[in-house]
Ligand binder design. Sequence first.
Ligand SMILES: [Zn+2]
Length: 418
Amino acid sequence: MCRVKIDRCTTIYEDWSFLLTDEHILKSKDEPCTQNAIKLLYLLSGSKDYFSREVTDLPINNATFELLLQTARESKSIDSYTHVGVILQVLRGLDVSLEDFFKLEIPVEFMESLVTPRILLRNTYACIAPWCVSYHKPGSLVRTATSKKEINSKVYNYYMYCNECGIEYAIDSTDRQLAERGYFINLGWDIIRPLLLKGTMRKKISIKLGIHQDTVRRCSIFLYANGLIKKEYINIDIPDQINPDKVVKLIKYVESGGKAKQGPKEFGWSYPEFLFYWFQPEVRKALLKRIIPKPGRESNHEKRHLSVLDALDHFLKTGRAITITEIGKYMGLCSETLRLWGALPFIKEAKQQQRKQFLKERNLKIIKEARAIIEKFKNNEEKILSDSLYQMLGVNRRILVRDSPEVNAAISKLLREN
Ligand SMILES: [Zn+2]
C-alpha cells in the first residue's frame, strides 16, 4: 500500500475511534447543533477572526456551504444537525483530525462576525470631534480592551478611540450615547477655544469656569498641538513647530510602557513641550494601542465578556426582551456556555435595566391615559371612581402599587384634583 493510502487509513481509523468513545458520545449529545457548523465555517474561513465568504477550493459544494451558514446563524425554520459526512468531508479536505476539530475553540470575534454581522458597535458610532476628518463618519473607531468602568456613579462600557484623531470614547450605559473619555471636545473645543479666541487670559478662564488652571493649560496645549488654535492665543512657551524626531522618540517611549508623569524628566523637556508632543494624535494612538485587544494577548475571558456586552447592547438598543435563552440564540451559544463564561451577572443587570426602562415608559403611558380619561369625564360633568378608572386602564391596581407606587400616587392625586 502506498504511503498516502496508509496515512489516509490511519486518519479514518483515528477519527472513528475518537468519535466512538463513550466520553465523546456523551459530550456530543449536549453540543448545540449550531456549534459544529460554526466550527466548520471557522476552518473554511482559514481560521481567521472574521467570517469570510471568499473561500477558494471549497471541499464542499456551495449549497452545503449555505446550509452550514444557515445552521450557524440559526436562520433555518427547523433545527438540524450537521451530518457527520459533511464534517468529515470538510476535515479531510482541510487535513484536520476529528479530535482537533472537537477541541477547537472559536474566537468570539469570529462568532460575532458570523452571527451578528450588522451590529458591530464600533461601526454604528462615529467620531464626534468637530475637527476630525472622520467626524460623523462611521468606521474610524477602534475598540480597546477596557470593557466596563464606573466613573462618577455612571457606568460606561465599550471603550473606543478614533484612529484618526486619537480621541477616546465610551458608551454611556444608561442612554447608549457615545461619550468622550476626557474633556478635549466638551471643554477644550466647545468652551475654552472660543474664550481664548476672544483673548481671555487662561487664569481668567479657570476662575470663570471654576476649573483648575492646569486643565485650562492642558486644553490650550491640546488645541495648539492639534492645529486648532494659533500660538498667539494661548501664550505658552511651546515649540513653534513639530520636530518629527521627537514624536518618534515619544512613540517609542509610549510603546515600551513609559508613563506621562516621568516623561518631562526622562527627555529633559519642559512640561508644556512634553504635553505638546504627548497630545499629538500619533502619540495618543500609540498610547491607546497598548490597550487594544490583540489576538492571543487578550484573555479569552475578556473577549467573551466583551461579546456578551455587545449582544446586550444590541438588545437594549433595539428593545428586544433580554433572557438568557434569547442572548444565547443571538450569539449562537447555549445557556450553559453563557453560564460557564460568567455572563449571567451581566445579563441579569441588563435585564433589570431593561425592566426599569420598560416600567418607566409604561408608567408614563398609564398616567397619560388616566389623565385623558379623567378629563373626558370632567368634560361630561361626571366624576370617575378609582375602581372604574383602573378597569378602563386595564391595570391591576394591586400590582401597580407593588411595582410603581409613585404612579398609583399620581393617579390618586389626579382623581382628587378633579
Ligand atoms: Zn476622530
